[in-house]
Design a protein. Structure first.
Length: 293
C-alpha cells in the first residue's frame, strides 16, 4: 500500500485533522540507516510528525527542519523536509538496543529521554526563519509535540504517532494531528477527546487495514467528515551529490586538505542523510585545492 496523507475537516469545518500513513517512509529510513527496532520507532514517529508539519507549509521553496535532542542514548535525531513532502534525516545512535518497557513495548521514552528539547526551524521566505523551541517532557514524541504546538505556536492540538515493528521491519507507521478551530464548541472538543481515547493507538488502527478516512472518523467521532486534500505521498529523498560533497571538502581549508592529499592521497565522504559514499582521488582533491580562494 502506498503511503498517504490526507487533510480533513470535521464538525462542519470546526475541527481540522491531518492523518498520515507513513509505513513505507519509515521502512525506507530503517533500511538506509540500519535502525534498531527502538530507533525505528523513535525516528519513525519524528518522520511522521515532520511530514504532517511539512504539508502545512504553502510554498515549494519552504523548508522545515525538526530536531530532537534528549538525554537518552539515541542522542540527536534530525529531519528536514519540503512541502511535497520529501524528507530526509539522521539518528546519532541508530543501533541502540533497550529492554522493553513495563507495558512490553519498545521504550521510545527512555531511548529519547525526558530532558532536552524539540527545535523547529521553518524557512518560509521571510527575512528571518521561524524558530520554535520546546522542552521534552516524556520522550514519547507525540506528547512532546502536543506541548510544542501549545508552547511555541499557541495551538491546542492532539497528536498521535505510532510505529509497529515486527521481525520483517516496519509493519505499520502513521499519525494524526487534530486541531480545533476557534469556533469549535466545548461539546465538540469533548467528543473528539472521548473518540481519541476509544479509538486506541494509531499503529493498531493502521494494522487493522483501516483507511485514513475511516481512522479520521473514528478519532473525531464524526461520520460526516469532509476531505479537503488527498493524494499527498510523503517520500524519503536525499538530494546529496558529488558536487555538494566537493563544497564540503572545500570548507575544511587549504592546510587540512593539503595534509589529506599528502598523507592519505584520497578521501571518502559519507552522507549523513542517506549513507551514500563519495570517493575522491588525489587528482580530484588537488583540483578542489586549486579552487579554494
Amino acid at each position: 500500500m502506498q503511503d498517504k496523507i490526507i487533510k480533513l475537516l470535521a464538525y462542519d469545518g470546526k475541527i481540522s485533522i491531518i492523518c498520515a500513513n507513513t509505513t513505507n517512509l519509515v521502512e525506507e529510513a530503517r533500511k538506509i540507516h540500519d535502525l534498531s527496532p527502538v530507533a525505528t520507532a523513535a525516528f519513525g514517529r519524528l518522520l511522521t510528525i515532520s511530514a504532517i508539519m511539512a504539508i502545512k507549509m504553502k510554498n515549494q521553496k519552504d523548508k522545515l527542519t525538526v530536531q530532537i535532542k534528549g538525554n537518552g542514548p539515541i542522542g540527536t535525531m534530525l529531519v528536514t523536509a519540503n512541502n511535497y513532502p520529501e524528507l530526509k534525516g539522521y539518528v546519532s545512535n541508530p543501533q541502540i538496543d533497550l529492554p522493553l518497557n513495563d507495558m512490553g513495548k519498545l521504550d521510545v521514552g527512555k531511548a529519547v529521554g525526558n530532558q532536552g528539547y524539540i527545535n523547529v526551524i521553518k524557512d518560509i521566505g521571510l527575512k528571518e526563519p521561524y524558530i520554535g523551541i520546546s522542552p521534552l517532557s516524556t520522550g514519547e514524541i507525540a506528547d512532546d509535540f502536543t506541548n510544542y504546538f501549545v508552547n511555541s505556536e499557541q495551538i491546542q492540538s492532539a497528536v498521535a504517532l505510532g510505529v509497529l515493528i515486527d521481525k520483517n521491519g516496519t509493519r505499520t507507521a502513521g499519525g494524526y494531528l487534530i486541531t480545533p478551530m476557534p469556533d469549535a464548541s466545548e461539546e465538540e472538543i469533548t467528543k473528539v477527546e472521548q473518540s481519541i481515547f476509544k479509538a486506541g493507538a494509531i499503529s493498531k488502527l493502521l494494522d487493522q487495514n483501516l483507511t485514513l478516512e475511516e481512522i479520521a472518523k473514528k478519532v473525531t467521532g464524526d461520520e460526516n467528515i469532509e476531505i479537503i486534500e488527498e493524494n499527498i505521498t510523503p517520500i524519503y529523498k536525499c538530494n546529496c551529490s558529488k558536487e555538494h560533497m566537493e563544497d564540503c571538502i572545500a570548507t575544511i581549508g587549504k592546510e587540512e586538505l593539503l595534509d589529506i592529499i599528502e598523507n592519505e592521497g584520497q578521501a571518502e565522504l559519507t552522507c549523513h542523510f542517506c549513507n551514500k559514499r563519495y570517493y575522491f582521488t588525489k587528482k580530484e582533491l588537488e583540483n578542489i585545492l586549486k579552487n579554494i580562494k
